[in-house]
Ligand binder design. Structure first.
Ligand code: BG6
Length: 492
């Protein structure tokens, strides 16, 4: 558990993330006895709410979103430590009042000047908030600690990300900056390193000599929901690929780190990201597929096309799907393709990695037996969390038939899907000052360089949207891309 008390201040305290993720996470951590009993929580927002009203609203969210049933005794104690502070984030004066108010809270609550600031606001507000925290003396970096957690998106290209980073680093030392990629907090991403480096069976064949291709899929059934304003300027490439998919890929493909500390792991991830081959225009055209869902019927329900969604431009060219074939120019993976795809309005919500092993040479059994399949190692990230290994065996009986069998480990099937939420782990880690599950600036820099190359090309290429029906695995070009190389997507 965490031994030092602090004030956890959430900018965006009335926002969706606070209600759906942050406060339920705080509640769950409290229930498990993992937080310091003196930690204070301050929600900062513009709405006129009393602290009482704020607590009531949060209670409703905890009841709805916590993975545990409500325990009123726990909530009653926690809520006493939650406060609401109303302010206008574009008024400097208000930051001055915030400073005084937090100082006062420090004195009465004994939090000793330790602060964790969580920025869950529109990205345009990151800079003014950070600068005002500095200007009004809320970041002293002396004696007590002050840390900042920053939600994505971290910039919208390399240039804006670099600028933002420089602003934040001018106020907080690098070790106090926690850049969130909530995928890194997911159980199976954390499990990946154990699976890879804890098993002689896997690590020894984890390379292009034995593996035919590696696929990463992150499918979602939802459409753009209520996030038109953000998503229109982001799209699947920036929203999912730049962050979550590249992080996941880096963990799958990096070299073994020399230790499990944050720096060693991050160094390996960066090295891998930098090894991704830069595509020229010809490859950008032929190896990347973008898509946008049209209207249609999904699970018996009529759904709107992206262009008909509320707040979306009727001629929008924002992509809601992306698939790509990429190569890394390093010794382990040279020549072997990685296939990445993510999309909204896919047939199911499912995130997984598939390692497809090379087929055996066509001698022996291939001639005699029908039905050989490649070995597959599937790493299921969500909603199922687990790992399965598929291999060939003889079908019992006198015939020469092969049957594909699967060894299946499902880590959340037994626990009623009750693994800790990403945000629980990430908040606890920031409180105990562990950077391992946060993205370093160098990783973000490498992933934006990769993404910028794609957007640069897209900006000059015409698109023909919409090009896939809701409830399908994206445009036909995505299947054709793999088929050209004799591969196909594993739709799990
Ligand atoms: C967010 C994206 O970062 O991740 C969303 O902005 C996406 O568009 C979400 O829906 C997916 O997260 P998860 O944890 O549900 O896979």
């Amino acid at each position: 558990s965490i031994r030092i008390p602090c004030i956890f201040t959430i900018f965006g305290g009335t926002g969706d993330l606070t209600h759906r993720k942050l406060i339920p996470a705080i509640y769950n951590l409290t229930l498990e006895g993992l937080l310091h009993p003196g930690m204070m929580i301050v929600g900062v927002g513009r709405r006129p709410l009393s602290t009482e009203e704020y607590r009531d609203n949060l209670l409703a969210s905890v009841m709805k979103h916590s993975r545990f049933p409500l325990r009123t005794d726990i909530w009653d104690r926690l809520k006493e430590r939650i406060h609401y502070f109303r302010m206008n984030l574009s008024e400097s004066e208000d930051f001055s009042s915030l400073k005084n108010w937090l100082d006062e809270l420090d004195r009465t609550a004994g939090t000793q000047g330790n602060r964790l600031f969580y920025l869950s606001v529109a990205p345009t507000l990151f800079e003014p908030i950070v600068l005002n925290l500095h200007r009004f003396g809320m970041v002293t970096n002396q004696g007590a600690w002050q840390r900042v957690m920053i939600e994505k998106p971290f910039g919208r290209d390399l240039k804006s990300a670099a600028y933002l980073n420089q602003v934040i680093e001018s106020v907080f030392p690098p070790e106090n900056i926690f850049r969130i990629d909530h995928y890194l907090g997911k159980e199976m991403l954390r499990n990946l390193m154990v699976i890879r480096f804890g098993n002689a069976l896997f690590e020894s064949i984890w390379n292009s000599r034995y593996i035919e291709n590696i696929q990463i899929t992150a499918g979602e059934t939802v459409g753009v929901e209520t996030r038109a304003g953000y998503y229109e300027h982001s799209g699947a490439l920036r929203d999912m690929l730049q962050s979550h998919l590249l992080q996941l890929l880096a963990l799958v493909a990096m070299e073994p780190p020399i230790s499990l500390d944050a720096k060693s792991i991050r160094d390996e991830k960066v090295k891998f990201l930098r090894s991704l081959l830069k595509m020229d225009d010809e490859l950008l055209r032929s190896h990347i597929v973008r898509g946008q869902y049209g209207p249609g019927i999904m699970n018996g329900q009529t759904v709107r096309g992206y262009r008909q969604e509320k707040g979306i431009h009727p001629a929008s060219n924002t992509e809601t799907f992306i698939a790509m074939r990429i190569l890394a120019g390093n010794f382990r993976w040279g020549g072997m393709p990685f296939y990445l795809r993510t999309g909204k309005r896919m047939p199911k919500k499912s995130t997984y990695v598939v390692m497809e092993f090379k087929s055996m040479p066509e001698i022996l059994y291939f001639k005699e037996y029908k039905g050989m399949q490649p070995n597959l190692l599937e790493i299921h990230i969500q909603p199922k969390e687990g790992i399965s290994l598929q291999f060939n065996a003889k079908k019992p009986g006198s015939g020469n038939e092969i049957t594909t069998v699967t060894m299946d480990y499902c880590q959340n099937c037994d626990y009623e899907s009750n693994s800790p939420e990403s945000y629980e782990r990430l908040i606890a880690d920031a409180l105990r000052n562990d950077q391992t599950l946060f993205a370093s600036w160098e990783e973000i820099e490498a992933s934006w360089s990769f993404v910028d190359n794609i957007t640069r090309y897209w900006d000059k290429e015409a698109v023909d949207f919409p090009n896939y029906a809701p409830g399908t695995w994206g445009p036909p070009a995505s299947d054709e891309l793999l088929a050209r190389y004799g591969h196909h997507w594993w739709n799990l």
